[in-house]
Design a protein around this ligand. Structure first.
Ligand SMILES: [Zn+2]
Ligand SMILES: [Zn+2]
Length: 435
């Protein structure tokens, strides 16, 4: 694939903040064919979390080609690309690298047919079902524009390709590997995520809490196995598990203040092998989602109380095991930053295309960067075909969400908008005159 750039168009454009939507369109046009080719390549060659070696190498090669200092293997397969351009702040832009174990059913001519071994050695289909391919293509195109228009900004641009977002482990691993000590610590961070909950061409800004705290729990209830025909000789963990699941449902409905966002989902129950055997134990897998830190604490305490009490009520002789094996905090968008970045985004995308949006319920490990002291803006990028989005609004039939085997963003407007938004925000943050 040839990465062609129309330098002339880029270099004629003046400083970012003064840019009109027409200037921005022209600039994006100059890199768009290469960006779209790169998107198709990434989409057809997805890699699972922590295995993004080819993906990382492709990004690194392009960054080097544009003149960035590139470090690979940061926190596993992570990539860091730095472009220094005089005095000014350091600004970080982040993309994820990983895809998901999903079989693509979009029917697109460039649909993924890839299979790979997952961490347990199982053969699984792989698909960019979360749109991280679009984030990478946008970031690389942005990298090209910034590298070829150095007169329009000053400071240090830090681009990161983060592995293993889907397993909520990549951000932590990059930080542990010295992301903010071996490299300049950013004054500000920026990221975006594509989704079908906004039409392509639009960007959403949510000041403050952007998404949820997520907690994953594994609960093992210990009973006493035996013959299915002689329950009096056993302590049935399946019955205790069933009661526990129903009791857990009353936490949100009876204990949390109405109006507070809270979800307790039991996503799986595992117990037993045969109809006439009462097993020794039962396992439940839970996900808990909240916006507020106090509500989060309240729910986790309540889960422990309910699980222990139900085991006691069922006569279990051993306390249940509650493992809190995975968690991430909600992403907090710096409200001042969100307010300041609205004007450059509106200038680049058109006023009506920058929306004030509500927080969303999925989670993200970007929060770990913010907790290291990097105030950030995490934007929503529209991915839905605008016509289908409008039809869906009328009929109530929603477009497939991220992680669906049918997830297919409307690439042309979404990718163009992603590039234009990133360039506008970076130029603004890296241009002291506009701050
Ligand atoms: Zn995802
Ligand atoms: Zn994602």
């Amino acid at each position: 694939m040839k990465w062609t750039w129309v330098f002339l168009v880029c270099s004629l454009l003046a400083s970012g903040y003064g840019q009109t939507a027409a200037d921005s369109r022209k600039e994006v046009d100059s890199v768009y064919p290469a960006a779209r080719d790169f998107y198709i390549d990434l989409h057809q060659n997805p890699e699972l979390s922590s295995h993004e070696t080819q993906t990382a190498a492709k990004l690194a090669a392009r960054f080097r080609g544009f003149g960035y200092d590139v470090m690979e293997g940061v926190g596993g397969t992570g990539v860091v690309a730095i472009l220094k351009n005089g005095t000014g702040p350091t600004v970080m832009l982040r993309t994820e690298l990983d895809a998901l174990p999903v079989e693509e059913k979009t029917g697109l001519p460039y649909a993924s047919k890839v299979h790979a071994k997952d961490d347990s050695g199982r053969d699984v289909p792989v698909m960019h079902a979360c749109g991280h391919d679009l984030h990478m293509a946008a970031l690389v195109a942005t990298a090209a524009i910034m590298a070829h228009n150095k007169e329009s900004w000053h400071g240090t641009l830090m681009l990161i390709g983060q592995p293993a977002e889907e397993t909520i482990s990549g951000a932590k691993r990059m930080i542990a590997d010295g992301l903010f000590t071996r490299f300049p610590k950013p004054a500000v961070g920026v990221a975006l995520h594509v989704g079908n909950d906004l039409p392509a061409g639009e960007v959403g800004i949510t000041p403050g809490v952007y998404n949820t705290n997520a907690d994953s729990l594994r609960i093992t209830i210990y009973g006493k196995g035996g013959h299915g025909s002689a329950p009096q000789t056993t302590i049935d963990p399946i019955v205790i598990a069933a009661r526990t699941i129903l009791a857990l449902q009353t936490i949100v409905s009876r204990e949390v203040k109405p109006g507070e966002m809270a979800v307790v989902t039991v996503g799986y129950i595992r117990a037993g092998t045969k109809n006439n055997i009462i097993p020794d134990q039962a396992e439940l897998g839970l996900t808990v989602r909240t916006y507020d830190a106090d509500v989060r604490k309240q729910i986790l305490v309540a889960i422990t109380r309910v699980v222990k009490a139900e085991a006691l009520a069922g006569g279990a002789q051993q306390e249940p095991l509650i493992e809190h094996y995975e968690s991430t905090d909600s992403v907090y968008n710096d409200p001042g930053l969100a307010a300041r970045l609205r004007a450059p985004l509106e200038a680049a995308l058109g006023k009506g295309n920058v929306l004030a949006t509500e927080p969303i319920t999925p989670s993200e490990d970007y929060a770990f960067f913010i907790e290291q002291g990097v105030p950030s803006l995490y934007m929503r990028l529209g991915g839905a075909d605008p016509q289908k989005y409008a039809e869906g609004k009328k009929t109530g039939v929603l477009l497939p969400s991220n992680h669906s085997s049918l997830f297919a963003p409307d690439v042309d407007p979404a990718l163009r908008t992603g590039i234009a938004a990133e360039v506008a925000v970076l130029r603004y943050l890296l241009n002291p005159a506009s701050n």
